[in-house]
Design a protein around this ligand. Structure first.
Ligand SMILES: Cc1cc2nc3c(=O)[nH]c(=O)nc-3n(C[C@H](O)[C@H](O)[C@H](O)COP(=O)(O)OP(=O)(O)OC[C@H]3O[C@@H](n4cnc5c(N)ncnc54)[C@H](O)[C@@H]3O)c2cc1C
Length: 400
């Protein structure tokens, strides 16, 4: 669900995520995700980087032939020239608003987007011990609620939602004796990209204008408050809320420029990952690169940070510059070259590479002899006894 996809549709590989979380645990930056930003700011300041806050970019400036990025133009009208432009804004929005529109940029808007959310951020006047750090409330009809969100891009009748209480593990997240709470209610994304006037959208999504958003948010709030109370048997949270912030599909799009309010960028369905995911190099534009959720490798803070490293190495390589962390575990392999991360390490393993090859050849020879011996491997569908139930049936390998 936190990939922005239905667990019934997500590629099975992602179930490994649950394994890693259970086996290895989860990292939490004390101070919240903003602590990661603050750490990066400290590094930038040490290196003399000029950071301009609240300075929206209106477009990327190109060379006269339109083939190379040469800087950016801010909404305030300032031109900033640059050897390299790295875009962190949502990739679909950026292709359609910051770069010259092309058939490719328009095609990105037809790609499957991740879900959106109605998110509540509450300061509570006291602790609510009935809530743990992570709390997932699944609708009784959870399959239907997933289909409503992820298939039909609508708002489920009965929501499934996630409640995080950071103050349970991080004392800096709330004053002593109080709790801070984040509620994430996944909902469909918007029907149309307001960032593009040239495109009519796919058929699924929430109609921005037709819906009564204040009423919708109020009913969602009432519904989750009631579910939390009835399932955890805590007192009503409503009178405890001393401060509240809300984000919804419209604010995700208007404030953060997330195309159609898709909170996790492009979906991670099969045709949106790996070779199909938009490249970190801007298409047809030298000196322009992407980082963030909708490019490689994908969404989520750790993944986006890992992706930023990939893009950085790409930029340095394109400029013919040295990658400072070469030999320190960086991903440097290109084509058939092997980087440190590509190598499988077997410290003191039971079998050497040579041993594995010998074993493989022995298995192959035995298999060929077995097949030629006339022994058949059969499958007993009814009793599902499986391979090797041992009937002899003419020559060759067969299945029944
Ligand atoms: C409610 C919610 C809960 C989440 N929970 C988790 C979680 O628990 N764990 C996790 O790992 N991930 C979580 N994520 C996902 C994670 O936040 C994103 O995947 C990640 O932040 C994406 O990083 P990004 O750099 O692509 O985009 P962003 O973090 O959105 O950064 C893009 C920046 O570009 C700026 N920008 C946009 N347009 C312009 C412009 N024209 N000019 C200048 N600046 C511009 C935006 O203001 C923004 O600051 C969550 C996301 C949401 C919405």
């Amino acid at each position: 669900m936190y990939m922005g996809m239905s667990p019934f549709d997500a590629p099975g590989t992602y179930s490994l995520l649950q394994y890693t979380e259970l086996a290895e645990g989860i990292w939490y930056p004390v101070g919240g995700f903003h602590a990661v930003v603050a750490a990066m700011v400290r590094i930038c300041e040490r290196l003399g980087v000029d950071i301009r806050l609240s300075t929206p970019v209106s477009r990327v400036i190109m060379s006269p032939d339109g083939k190379t990025a040469t800087g950016v133009l801010t909404e305030a009208g300032d031109t900033l020239t640059a050897d390299v432009v790295i875009i962190n804004a949502d990739l679909v929005y950026a292709y359609n608003n910051l770069l010259a529109p092309t058939p490719y940029s328009r095609s990105l808007q037809t790609r499957q987007g991740s879900c959106s959310s109605i998110s509540f951020y509450w300061s509570l006047s006291r602790k609510v011990p009935e809530l743990s750090t992570h709390n997932i409330f699944l609708a009784d009809e959870y399959r239907e609620s997933f289909d409503a969100i992820f298939d039909r891009q609508s708002i489920p009748r009965e929501p499934s939602f996630y409640v995080n209480v950071p103050s349970r593990v991080d004392p800096s997240a709330a004053p002593e004796g109080k709790d801070s709470i984040v509620v994430l209610v996944p909902v469909g994304h918007l029907l149309n990209s307001s960032s593009s006037t040239t495109f009519t959208s796919p058929s699924k999504g929430l109609p921005k204008e037709e819906l009564n958003w204040p009423a919708l948010i109020a009913s969602t709030r009432a519904s989750i408050l009631s579910v939390i109370q009835s399932r955890t048997h805590c007192d009503s949270l409503a009178p405890l809320i001393t401060h509240e912030m809300v984000n919804d599909p419209i604010t995700w799009e208007d404030t953060f420029n997330l195309d159609k309010g898709s909170i996790l960028g492009l979906s991670h369905s099969f045709f949106n990952v790996l070779a199909f995911r938009p490249s970190t190099r801007a298409r047809g534009l030298k000196g322009c690169y992407f980082v963030g959720a909708s490019t490689h490798p994908g969404t989520g803070v750790p993944i986006v940070l890992a992706g930023a490293k990939v893009t950085t190495e790409q930029v340095l390589r394109d400029l013919g510059m040295e990658i400072p962390w070469t030999g320190m575990g960086g991903v440097e392999g290109k084509g058939k070259e092997k980087g440190e991360m590509d190598r499988v390490r077997r410290n003191g393993g039971l079998i050497s590479d040579f041993g594995i090859w010998v074993l493989a050849i022995v298995v192959l020879v035995v298999s060929v002899l077995y097949v030629n011996s006339g022994l058949l491997v059969t499958w007993d569908w009814d009793r599902k006894r499986g391979w090797g139930s041992g009937s002899l049936e003419g020559a060759g390998l067969g299945m029944r």
